[in-house]
Design a protein around this ligand. Sequence first.
Ligand code: PEP
Ligand code: MN
Length: 356
Amino acid sequence: MRGILRIAAMILPKINRLTAKQLAEVTTIVTEFGCKIQPIVGAVRTIYAIVGDERDELMINRIEGLDYIDRIDRIQSPFKLMDKRSDLATHRITIGGVTLGKQLLVIAGACTIDPKNPNYFYETAAAVKEAGAHVLRGGVWKPRTNPYTFQGDVKSLDILLEASRRTGLPVDTEVMEVTHIPLALDAGVRMLQVGARNALNYSLLRAIGRAIAEREACVLLKRSIHMGTVSEFISAAEYIAAFGNPNILLCPRGTAPALDGYRNHPDESITPLLKEKTWAPVVVDPSHSVGKASYVPACALAAVAYGADGLCIEAHVSPSHGIGDDPKQAVTPSVLAATISQAKQLWALRRGVKAA
Ligand code: PEP
Ligand code: MN
C-alpha cells in the first residue's frame, strides 16, 4: 500500500460492512482517480479509508451517489482514525474479558521473565490472576539503558505462553524489532507492547500495523520518554491504525526529565488531554512513572482519578529475586490486590456506577 498518512477521507456505508460486490464497485471508482481503499475494521462496523488524493469532487460525488453509502467524511485532523471526531469513536476494544471503558482493565506481571528461573514467572502469573489482573505482562526482549545488562531471551517466549495456558490470561510483551513481531504473534501473544524507546520508531509502528491488520491482536503503545505534545502521541497510534486494526491502547509511563526521586516525570495527568482529542483508551503505567514499588499504588490511583481506563503494573511474587526492573519497582501480589481493589472502587466512583 502507498504512504499510510495519505488517508484523505473516510467512506461511511449505511450498513455495517460492504459486501464484496459493493467493495469492488467502490474500489473501481477510486482506482480511476488514482486512489486506493483501505478497510478499517471496527468492533461493529467497518469504515473505508480513501488513500491518495481525494480532492476530485467527481470521485466523491460518484461514491456518495451509491445507494448503500451514507456519506464521505473528510476529516481535517492529522490523525484521521484516532481522532475523537472519527467514525471509530464508538469502536470498543475487548481483551481478557474486559471491554475498555466499561470496566477498569488491569495488566500485571513481571518486568522481565527470567529464563533461568521460570517458576518465578509461573507463580507470578497465578498470583496476578488471583489479585484480579486481566492480562499478564512479561518481558521477553528488553530495552536496557546499559548494553551490558540482560537484554532478554527468546526462550522466555515459551515461558510466557506456558503461563498464559496455565492461567488462561492473554499476554502482553514488548516487541523491539520487526523480527520480533511474527515470533510473538505466531506464538499467541495477544497484546504487543511498543516501549517508550520505540514509540517514535515509525518503521516499527508501520510493521506492527501491517502485521496485526488481519489479526485479533492489540497494541499497548507507551508514550515516548521524549515525546512532546499529546498530538504527537496520538499520531504514533495513527501509524499503526492506518493499516486497518485500530485496537490501540495509549500508555503514559512517565517522561524525562525525571522528578527528583522518581524514575521519570509521572504523566498520568495527560489523560484528560488525550481524551479530549482521541477515542483511544488510556492505560497508565505507574511502575515506570515512579520507578519504586512503594510509590506505585498512589500513582495508580491518581491515574484512575485522572480518567484512565486501565493500569499496567509490574508485579512479582518475590521482587528481590526478580531481574530487570523487578527488584526496584515490582509490587508484591498482596499490594497489587489492594491496589486493584481500590482502583476499581475509585473507577466506579468516578463513573457513578457500583464497583465490580
Ligand atoms: C517495560 O514495560 O518493562 C518497559 C521497558 O517499559 P518502557 O518502554 O515504558 O520503559
Ligand atoms: Mn520494566
